[in-house]
Write a protein that binds this ligand. Structure first.
Ligand code: URA
Length: 471
């Protein structure tokens, strides 16, 4: 009934517009409108009923949505149906390929036959790219990295880099490539016409709570990585309460799907499964994570962050054809942190993208939140749990992330953790600091964080940081 009314309304509109013009042209237009709307409604209905979409359906949706012919509400309905009913491997592959072709595909072949990229499925306190990529570039391996913004309760590298005054993330393709030629590294946002379908669907998923879905994550990541032009890829597939994949089983499934999509697109992919049961490193926010990353590049690095950076990096070096031996590759990375080359590469990157390097050289210059509030242990014992999702959500509430896609974020706020899981604390020890700007949120945030950081009498066995590698 609603559909018939829709067609009727358009029929009248068109007849009104042509005002006695060519009537067969009018009917052609009507048939076109009918076809378009039939299609998207049929596609939504098909997925809603749990049926498999074919390549034509998926291409039609991706092209139509990218070009603005399919509305946000129709796309939201389809994405929600995919979230609930899932997708077969073939559907996920078709979705990834259609999204990768929705805009330009970069040609990075001038950087050699092995051009390696890195991406994460999302985490809390994940400042890995800001530490890892300058190390990789300092080893002479070109880094052309397009990063994302925060999604759901997880942070985004681009939001973090924008905490550095002046740092430009919105750069045209030619400049991006010439920056990589000039200094060996560029880290930018998804601002170019690369996988525009992902850009729209990514923001939509965030706004309708449809983030943690294997086909949607796999197609989002693989489409932009295919479009970014590399032919080798290392993926950080996070697993645990702060990740979108809560179990090893799901993380393995996501990894194999992404590896298979990579194979079909000449993008050799390695997945490193990493633990996200507590925030990575010691900070969750934007400015405070950048400061932690700068310290890490000077050699002062949290153990879990160190392990993730070294594991991912050693596979990047291997895929770049610069060393088969994973342990030796780690040593090369450690060496370039010790001799300052990695830190200098960060300075070069920031300067080249118009950032003010005096902030990197003196992190005291970064604007701080108005209140930096300590949270004390209410009893003695061992830290049993620091739920990463809980910390991510609290940081978001303080303003570090977005609730609506148009929200502005507050770079200065976040959570600084002082003790990690399995450490012993005395009553009254500082567990964390909350960085915030709203005085009326202090009490509530403190009690929320005290609920998140659980203390038990017995020690908890330390969990592994690197949970596996799938090649
Ligand atoms: N990172 C992405 O680029 N997309 C997702 O869906 C999740 C993490």
């Amino acid at each position: 009934m609603a559909y018939a009314q829709y067609i009727e309304k358009h029929l009248l509109n068109i007849l009104y517009k042509v005002k006695g013009g060519n009537i067969s042209h009018t009917f052609r237009k009507i048939r076109l409108i009918k076809k378009k709307n039939m299609n998207i409604l049929e596609i939504i209905a098909k997925k809603k009923d749990g049926l498999e979409l074919n390549k034509k359906d998926i291409d039609f949706f991706v092209q139509g949505y990218t070009q603005g012919e399919i509305t946000d509400y129709q796309a939201a309905a389809l994405i929600m149906a995919v979230y609930i009913k899932g997708m077969t491997k073939e559907e996920t592959t078709n979705l990834s390929l259609a999204m990768s072709k929705s805009g330009e595909i970069l040609d990075l072949s001038k950087f050699g036959k092995n051009v390696v990229d890195k991406h994460s499925t999302g985490g809390v306190g994940d400042k890995v790219s800001i530490v890892l990529l300058p190390i990789i570039a300092s080893l002479g391996i070109p880094v052309a990295k397009m990063s994302g913004r925060g999604l759901g309760h997880t942070g985004g590298t681009i939001d973090k880099l924008e905490s550095i005054p002046g740092y430009t993330t919105n750069i045209e393709v030619e400049e991006f490539i010439s920056d990589v030629e000039k200094i060996g590294i560029s880290m930018i946002g998804q601002t170019m016409n690369l996988a525009p379908a992902d850009k729209k669907i990514y923001a939509l998923r965030d706004a309708i709570s449809c983030v943690d879905s294997i086909p949607l994550i796999a197609s989002s990541i693989m489409s932009k990585k295919i479009a970014s032009g590399a032919n080798k890829l290392v993926l950080d597939v996070t697993v645990g309460n702060g990740a979108f994949m809560k179990t090893m089983e799901d993380a393995k499934k996501l990894s194999t799907e992404m590896i298979e999509i990579g194979k079909l697109s000449n993008l050799e992919t390695v997945c490193v499964l990493t633990n996200m049961n507590q925030p990575l490193g010691y900070t969750v926010g934007n400015t405070i994570e950048v400061i932690e990353a700068i310290k890490a590049l000077k050699g002062d690095i949290a153990e879990d962050l160190r392990q993730v950076v070294l594991e991912l990096g050693s596979y990047m070096i291997k895929l770049a054809g610069q060393g088969e031996n994973i342990e030796k590759n780690k040593q090369k990375m450690i060496e370039n942190v010790k001799n300052g080359k990695a830190y200098n590469k960060l300075l070069e990157l920031v300067q080249n993208q118009n950032g003010d390097i005096s902030y990197i050289e003196n992190t005291e210059k970064f604007e701080k939140a108005k209140y930096i509030v300590p949270v004390y242990a209410e009893k003695e014992g061992y830290i049993y749990e620091i739920n990463a999702e809980g910390v991510g959500k609290l940081a978001c509430k303080l303003g570090a992330g977005r609730i609506k896609k148009e929200d502005l974020i507050d770079k200065t706020v976040g959570i600084e953790i002082c003790k990690k899981v399995s450490e012993y604390v005395h009553e009254g020890d500082t567990l964390a600091y909350i960085h915030l700007n709203k005085e009326d949120k202090i009490k509530e945030s403190k009690s929320e964080l005290l609920n998140i950081i659980k203390i038990a009498e017995k020690t908890k066995e330390k969990e592994k940081t690197i949970l596996g590698v799938i090649e």
